[in-house]
Design a binder for this molecule. Structure first.
Ligand SMILES: *Cc1c(COP(=O)(O)O)cnc(C)c1O
Length: 292
């Protein structure tokens, strides 16, 4: 099992995305680790520390069958010597997703809950061992997750605006928490009409932050895609060598290109786009969809 490679994270200029006068750079968190890639490691790091401090032996968390958070937690637990259990929304499919198979390869035990039990957090009593279990909320949405995301490393003084993809909003909250006062942060929601997001971000980071979220770039909803999106992914890769995932980062990069063309970045000189990883999710696409 390889370790985390923070030294491999680079900040690459992406001329293909530069528009309206601003220069766009990509923060390549996808290079951190093949599985614990991108923001997931930062959201997990203080939970891992806390679990260790409390002397816990197992980490339990929640997610769907294609969850980057589930597989990243499995890999991080293996790396740091914890047992792990994933509580998975929905019945086990006839063939488990590649994401779940990989989580199992990292030693994660899976527990499938019906959608209604999952919603009600009806966790089987057998899974509750307060002495040895440490629970991480779904998607890592938590103050510790936010504080970890605030340690995402980049050159703080160099950028007028930071753009990131938004699922639970934990990373966006962390970027707001960690930035310098003059820097703006823009989130691109990958969910359809999830207008409660800004409040969920404020719940983590506190009031008094300018929480900007653009809701136009969901491409049909969470994990939905169109040919325009996969076409864009191939074009971005051909032009700049940057691979993206169709659930999060492709929607982010697409949004940044369009916003540049719309003149949104008029007043900015340098924009940082956080490539938050997630490339493992592309394995659920039909073969031949992508050129990378
Ligand atoms: C999970 C994930 C996100 C969303 O992060 P949140 O903190 O839940 O908003 C963004 N990008 C990638 C690649 C992810 O895996």
């Amino acid at each position: 099992m390889d370790t985390l490679h923070e030294n491999l994270v680079t900040t690459d200029e992406v001329p293909f995305l530069s528009g309206g006068g601003a220069a766009v750079y990509a923060l390549r968190l996808d290079k951190l680790h093949p599985v614990i890639s991108g923001n997931k490691w930062y959201k997990l790091r203080y939970h891992i520390e806390e679990a260790r401090r409390q002397g816990k032996r197992r980490i339990v968390t929640f997610g769907g069958a294609y969850s980057n958070h589930i597989v990243a937690t499995a890999a991080a637990c293996k790396l740091y010597g914890f047992k792990s259990t994933g509580i998975i929304r929905g019945e086990m499919g006839i063939e488990p997703s590649q994401t779940l198979s990989e989580a199992v390869r990292y030693g994660m035990e899976l527990c499938f809950l019906s959608r209604s039990d999952y919603k009600l957090k009806n966790i089987p009593a057998a899974l509750y061992d307060n002495d040895c279990d440490y629970f991480i909320p779904e998607g890592g949405y938590s103050v510790l997750g936010m504080q970890g995301a605030a340690t995402i490393p980049y050159d703080k003084g160099a950028f007028d605006m930071i753009c990131c993809a938004v699922g639970t909003g934990t990373m966006l909250a962390g970027l707001l928490h960690g930035k310098l006062p003059g820097t703006k942060v823009l989130g691109i929601s990958v969910l359809k009409n999830h207008h409660g997001l800004a409040d969920e971000v404020r719940k983590l980071v506190g009031q008094g932050h300018d929480v900007q979220i653009d809701h136009r770039f969901h491409f049909g909803g969470y994990a939905k895609r169109t040919e325009a999106l996969t076409g864009f992914m191939n074009k971005l890769y051909a032009q700049s060598g940057i691979p993206t995932d169709f659930v999060y980062t492709a929607k982010l990069f697409y949004a940044v290109r369009q916003l540049g063309q719309e003149g949104f970045f008029r007043d900015a000189r340098k924009i940082l786009v956080v490539h938050s990883g997630g490339l493992q999710g592309n394995r659920s696409l039909p073969p031949g969809t992508l050129i990378f």
